[in-house]
Ligand binder design. Structure first.
Ligand code: CO
Length: 460
């Protein structure tokens, strides 16, 4: 069995990576009929920044977008991305909120939920896993891919087995920085495939110039599904382009059977939309710069420019190389966290502070302190014991699942939002993004009320 399938990401990661998640529902809906005929494994349409962007910038209800998409997509599975106990935000939410969010996502049309934890601490996924199973969606558990002395093939093989044993329907290698090298990926995928029986999906980005090569080797190694984005919103910081991948395997034993001309129709549809975002300056040519430096630093491009600015503000930009050298040391001290949001920012800022102050770890952010305390979960390796002592002093470390310490909170927020939230979906929007959801919902329902009044007047 050499066939592999494709998950199309342009409606989530693709536009998140290239145009700051600005596609509107009106821009998405007209092409869905065509997309539904392609024969994708799934369409990734929700999660990540889509939710935030809808209410923050687009004045759209993300739940309504999902329902509208579901109405048109009859044959293809709809997929979303969920940050485990963080849902779509950055803090840990209570279990009842995680469960409610998953229930509502499935009820509104999601078929496949990809859950992951930045530290690969499976305890942080427990409630998500139980809830996805309970409400009957396909459970995919993703492993954050990272490079460090502890992130060996053995580490990922053990993690894959644990994930399969936890009841996952499929598993994903999530290479969010696009740093997985083609031949290393080939070995890793082969080893994992030998040890698990559920389907294996690969997710990468073209940022470092490796994505397309990785997919070639991944398919040869037996990957069951790969994530691509239609060319209009593919390449660069996004996923490798769907058409190029499909074409590469045509007339080989790996052929996807996907109709290339149909993909061209989809790509063409998005072209004027891409031009619009280019003209508005939302799509930047910088998103297509190839950044192999990330393979070494593992820092997302945006993170590097952030740190340069921090150093400039301190008049110390000439010491930036020292910061780059400090990053691997900070990472080691902290037990090798994968450098993904929010850990990449935390590690980067700590490296800056270590270089700028005379004594290392004299200044630490609240986030780093919480991390050392165990509030983010269990790091891949032990945190340096001297550092732990220095930061925590007499304070006790947390060794339980962090969410065990959070009281159920859905009802509290429901009461708090009673004056502007009309249903549980609204309450969930409010819990995830309190201030902007409140503004959005007040505006939304006021507008509707006014429209109703206007119509009534007209007919009077
Ligand atoms: Co991604």
């Amino acid at each position: 069995m050499n066939k592999f399938k494709i998950t199309e990401t342009c409606l989530r990661d693709g536009h998140q990576s290239l145009i700051a998640t600005r596609l509107t529902t009106d821009e998405i809906l007209p092409i869905l009929g065509e997309m539904d005929k392609v024969g994708y494994n799934a369409l990734e349409v929700w999660g990540g920044a889509t939710f935030d962007s809808c209410i923050r910038y687009l004045n759209e209800d993300p739940w309504e977008r999902l329902r509208e998409i579901r109405k048109i997509i009859k044959n293809t599975k709809l997929q979303m991305l969920l940050r485990g106990q963080n849902i779509l935000g950055y803090r840990h939410y209570a279990d009842d909120v995680v469960e409610k969010f998953i229930f509502k996502s499935i009820e509104n049309g999601i078929d496949i939920i990809r859950v992951f934890d930045a530290l690969n601490d499976l305890r942080n996924l427990k409630t998500s896993i139980d809830s996805v199973k309970k409400y009957g969606a396909h459970l995919q558990i993703a492993m954050s891919y990272s490079i460090s002395p502890v992130h060996t093939n053995e580490y990922y093989i053990k993690l894959s087995k644990d994930i399969e044993n936890m009841g996952a329907d499929s598993i994903c290698i999530k290479d969010m920085s696009g740093i997985l090298l083609p031949y290393e990926g080939y070995e890793l995928i082969r080893e994992i495939k030998k040890n698990i029986s559920i389907p294996l999906e690969i997710h990468t980005h073209s940022t470092c110039g490796l994505g397309e090569m990785l997919y070639l080797k991944a398919v040869e190694a037996g990957a069951d599904i790969i994530d691509t984005a239609i060319s209009t919103f593919g390449g660069g910081t996004s996923q490798p382009p769907t058409e190029s991948i499909v074409k590469s395997f045509e007339n080989t034993k790996y052929s996807t059977g996907i109709d290339f001309e149909r993909l061209e129709v989809i790509a063409d549809y998005f072209k004027p939309i891409r031009e619009k975002y280019l003209d508005q300056g939302i799509l930047s040519s910088k998103s297509y710069y190839i950044n192999p430096q990330i393979i070494e630093t593992q820092l997302p491009g945006g993170m590097i420019s952030n740190m340069v600015n921090q150093m400039k503000a301190q008049g110390a930009e000439n010491r930036f190389d020292e910061v780059l050298e400090e990053i691997p040391r900070v990472r080691k001290d902290l037990g090798y966290p994968p450098l993904v949001t929010p850990l990449s920012q935390m590690v980067g800022t700590q490296a800056v502070m270590n270089i700028l102050s005379k004594e290392k770890y004299k200044m630490v952010s609240k986030e780093i302190k919480d991390y050392i305390k165990g509030l983010y979960g269990k790091p891949p390796a032990e945190i340096d014991s001297d550092l732990k002592k220095k930061i925590l002093g007499d304070e006790e470390e947390i060794t339980c699942r962090p969410a065990d310490l959070i009281e159920n909170e859905f009802l509290k927020f429901k009461e708090e939002s009673a004056s502007f939230a009309k249903n549980d979906e609204d309450v969930l929007s409010y819990i995830l993004f309190p201030q902007i959801a409140k503004n959005f919902l007040e505006k939304k329902y006021n507008q509707n009320d006014k429209q109703v009044i206007n119509i009534n007047l007209e007919f009077n």
